[in-house]
Design a protein around this ligand. Structure first.
Ligand code: UD1
Length: 429
């Protein structure tokens, strides 16, 4: 398998385009099976998680047609109720959205329990609580979960924890249920709003997405529509953080600055200068960087999916910073890898205490999950010397053309095979 080789120490400079949001697309693609016609979905990111979701849909009999590099047509009219293959389901967390979508379509859904990034226990009790409230029963057997009902009837669901996945799944199940469903303590992430907008374009009646209370009045049918996915705020935040870590100056285009407020606020606190346009952010970092503390929270708090990237940046900021991971119980595994590069970070449960060092130094490291992988890319860009990152399939799950985008910003980075790694200076640009 290929690796990523980075010769660090180049300031990022220039402009890049941000791709469509992975997590919005992963909710919208299964939602499209609820339509009675064809849905055309645009601004899809070209990443392996999306390819996998499309293969799962095709495995279920959905007609999935790539219209161009970023647009797809989904025709679910010949779809049958069946179970997608274990190999496909286990590698992608969002496959659990098929529980809600298939339940709404066929009154029954059976899926293999989902996989995805491993950063602690990932229960689905809140998803099941929602399905039960709507009148479904469930059974887990042989690594599979079956959810079924006579019919779905709208209800009140109070979520005990704020869960993106459970909010998505309950929305999908409720959209064609009889009567009104009210989700309280709902997740407010931009992709929840994007999913609601998409379903409303199909004819759903959803209000309140983006607040704690989402009200869904069930409709009899949903029609095909054309829809464009929002930009990926985590991809955007990753490039902004990389720019600061290298002391660079970049502009990211095709973004929604509002979706990035908790991230840009932290980067300003650390010492970056930012100028926001309607759909762009310019970031510059020339002065001294300042330590800060970060606590991850559901939206609009600081996103857990930016935690590894900001921790990596703080590892080269003078002083002591504390990062509190309040969403997942085991999301610091990548720190072991950062330590190989000279980072001085101690971890105690959900707290990371970071003593900023002057420099990181290049080293062979391994991506342990998607965002951990992008954090190692940032570390490699900022470090002195060469970094070789293995297990890059994790990174390719969520970052479209990351190597090409960073090269266009002046980074010395390339994808390289095991054999090439052995030859010297293989990657000078
Ligand atoms: C989604 C994102 C993931 C992100 C996470 C939190 C997708 C495909 N993935 O994951 O990148 O890190 O949101 O922003 O969009 N929980 C329960 N019971 C449940 C469900 C969740 O206790 O039934 C807990 C989890 O253990 C976790 C917290 O709730 O501590 C948040 O999880 P959730 O928001 O559901 O994450 P995902 O939807 O899996």
């Amino acid at each position: 398998m290929d690796k990523i080789l980075i010769s660090g120490g180049h300031k990022l400079k220039g402009k890049i385009h941000i791709s469509g949001a992975k997590n919005a697309a992963l909710a919208i693609l299964p939602a499209a099976i609820l339509s009675d016609g064809i849905c055309r979905i645009e601004n899809l990111p070209n990443i392996s998680d999306i390819t996998l979701m499309c293969r799962i849909l095709a495995d279920l009999g959905v007609d999935v047609k790539m219209v161009d590099e970023k647009a797809i047509e989904i025709d679910p009219r010949k779809m049958r109720s069946s179970v997608a293959s274990y190999e496909l389901m286990r590698s992608i967390r969002a496959s659990c959205y098929l529980l809600g979508a298939l339940l709404a379509k066929f009154n029954e859904s059976t899926i293999y329990l989902p996989g995805g990034c491993d950063f602690g226990t990932r229960p689905i009790d809140q998803h099941l609580k929602g399905f039960t409230a709507l009148g479904a029963t469930h059974n887990i057997d042989g690594g599979m979960i079956n959810v079924r009902c006579e019919r779905l009837v709208g209800s009140n669901v109070y979520m005990d924890v704020v869960s993106v996945g459970a909010t998505v799944n309950i929305m999908l199940a409720a959209v064609k249920a009889e009567g009104l469903t009210v989700i309280e303590n709902a997740a407010k992430e931009p992709h929840i709003v994007d999913l609601a907008n998409f379903l409303n374009c199909m004819g759903a009646d959803i209000v309140g997405a983006g607040t704690d209370i989402i009200k869904i009045k069930g409709v009899k049918s949903l029609k095909g529509t054309n829809y464009s996915i929002i930009p990926d705020q985590i991809e955007a935040g990753t490039y902004l953080t990389a720019a600061v870590a290298t002391g660079g100056e970049i502009t990211i285009e095709s973004v929604t600055p509002k979706h990035l407020e908790s991230i840009t606020a932290k980067l300003k606190e650390i010492g970056a200068e930012l100028i926001e346009g309607n759909d762009s952010i310019h970031i510059k970092c020339s002065g001294d960087l300042k330590r800060c503390n970060v606590k991850t929270m559901p939206h609009p708090g600081f996103p857990t999916d930016m935690q590894p990237q900001i921790t990596t940046l703080l590892s080269i900021v003078p002083g002591t910073s504390i990062v509190n991971e309040a969403v997942w119980d085991n999301r610091f595994r990548y720190i072991e890898e950062l330590r190989r590069m000279g980072a001085n970070i101690s971890v105690d449960g959900r707290l990371a205490v970071i003593e900023g060092v002057e420099n990181l130094t290049g080293a062979p490291v391994k991506a342990t999950d998607l965002r951990a992988g992008s954090a190692l890319v940032i570390a490699g860009l900022a470090a002195k010397g060469k970094t070789v990152i293995s297990n890059i399939h994790h990174i390719e799950r969520g970052y479209e053309s990351i190597v090409e985008k960073l090269r266009s910003l002046g980074a010395d980075i390339c994808r390289i095979s095991e054999e090439e790694i052995k030859s010297t200076e293989a990657c000078s640009v």
